[in-house]
Design a protein around this ligand. Structure first.
Ligand code: NDP
Ligand code: MG
Length: 396
């Protein structure tokens, strides 16, 4: 029998990281954990190392690394601790690694994910912000290295499953008319608009169907998540923004659909549990048990659909504009959103101000071409600076 695949999990202490390790642990004959990374939850990282015995663990700075290294030694483990972005890039690109789960949240995941792409790894992409920021460069790097890019985002994984295998020939060539991205509508789908100024971070993070990290939970509430996913879908499936439509589907059972020119609409359904797309991508093109219970259609009984409302969800409009503008616009959108969401989670701004911050940043800064990674990081830094100025003027 062939040796187990060596897997690096970037962002192991997060929601996707833990779900990934749950699936991996069900298949010790197929997968072995090569490296794990954490950022603030280092106690949890130690426990994960004890459980999964990786060769490497990565933490953000040297003193934390010394502490973890001592604890690992005391636990009788030979796991070596690496530090910072350099350590992340090393475990993402090491020749021994077969696949990398990119599950760091936000722009911090871009360089390590690209390091994995450039060395031709199988990429399990949860970190949508990396692709949104650097779309054209990211996809060029995928083509150049021959890396296999598999979407973990439940919608994109669903679309991937509903596409013909040769979809890279172009949507028109394979008879696809549109991609329909489903969205739950989040916790504020029906909240009276006047109350939105008073919602709290905990309310925003209480997603009706999914249990996720706090940043993506706020993105789901504002529907910026669907906006980022629109941009993500355009890159993954070589679609124009006009070929991707959002559909509010509160039950989160249909994870997305592909509409073909002959009138066929293919959908992927399942319980809202990220272990399904994770297992799908890990084993692709085979199928493995994910631990997710079978879908009970009789218990679900009905599926509802409704058009998204851009007045209620202005982030959706801003993201579509950025998708159409291309170039530096998606990186600016993403960075302004990261600053705005962090400020909301810290209690510095109210929920409706997230969209105001992003809109002002996008209006202030002209869209420029991004021909290399430095240009992406320049756009990212400029948007963070402008959002920071907004916060010093209006933030609490
Ligand atoms: P979490 O907040 O739960 O986890 C984020 C992970 O990234 C943690 O391991 C965290 O470490 C680490 N991290 C945070 N900041 C940094 C940094 N600056 N440098 C290095 N590592 C860092 O998020 P999720 O797991 O929910 O989401 C991860 C990614 O997956 C996001 O891009 C999200 O959009 C995407 N995604 C998530 C889904 C979900 O269901 N959760 C669904 C679809 C996509 P620590 O915890 O130790 O601080
Ligand atoms: Mg999603």
């Amino acid at each position: 029998m062939s040796r187990p695949q060596q897997i690096t999990v970037l962002g192991a202490t997060g929601s996707i990281g833990l779900s990934t390790l749950d699936v991996i642990a069900r298949h010790p004959d197929r997968y072995q954990v090569y490296a794990l990374s954490g950022f603030t939850r280092l106690r949890e990282l130690l426990a994960l190392c004890v459980r999964h015995t990786p060769q490497f663990a990565v933490v953000p700075e040297a003193s934390a690394a010394r502490g973890l290294q001592d604890d690992l030694r005391a636990a009788g483990l030979s796991t070596r601790v690496l530090v910072g972005e350099e350590g992340l890039c090393q475990v993402a690109s090491d020749p021994e690694v077969d696949a990398v789960m990119a599950a760091i949240v936000g722009a911090a995941g871009l360089r390590p994910t690209l390091a994995a792409v450039e060395t031709g790894k199988k990429i399990l992409l949860a970190n949508k912000e990396a692709l949104v920021m650097s779309g054209a460069l990211f996809m060029q790097a995928v083509r150049k290295s021959g890396s296999v890019l598999l979407p973990i985002d439940s919608e994109h994984n669903a679309i991937f499953q509903c596409m013909p295998q040769d979809f890279a020939r172009g949507l028109g060539a394979v008879g696809v008319r549109r991609i329909l991205l489903t969205a739950s509508g989040g916790p504020f789908r029906q909240t009276p608009m006047a109350e939105l100024a008073h919602v709290t971070p905990d309310q925003a993070c209480a997603h009706p169907n999914w249990s996720m990290g706090r940043k993506i939970s706020v993105d789901s509430a504002s529907m910026m998540n669907k906006g980022l996913e629109l941009i993500e879908a355009c890159w993954l499936f070589d679609a124009k923004p006009s070929q991707v439509e959002g559909v509010i589907h509160p039950q989160s059972v249909i994870h997305s659909l592909v509409d073909y020119i002959d009138g066929s609409v293919l959908a992927q359904l399942g319980n809202p549990d990220m272990r399904t797309p994770i297992a799908n991508a890990l084993a692709w093109p085979e199928r493995i048990d994910s631990g997710v219970p079978p879908l009970d259609l009789f218990a679900i009984a009905r599926l509802d659909f409704q058009a998204p409302d851009e007045e209620r969800f202005p982030c959706l409009r801003l993201a579509r504009q950025a998708a159409e503008a291309g170039n530096s616009a998606p990186a600016m959108l993403n960075a302004a959103n990261e600053v705005a969401v962090a400020a909301f989670l810290d209690g510095r701004v109210r929920y409706p101000q997230i969209a105001s911050i992003i809109e002002e940043v996008l209006n202030l800064e002209p869209v420029v071409a991004v021909d290399d990674l430095e240009a992406v990081f320049t756009a990212d830094a400029k948007a963070r600076e402008l959002a920071g100025q907004w916060l010093s003027r209006h933030g609490r």
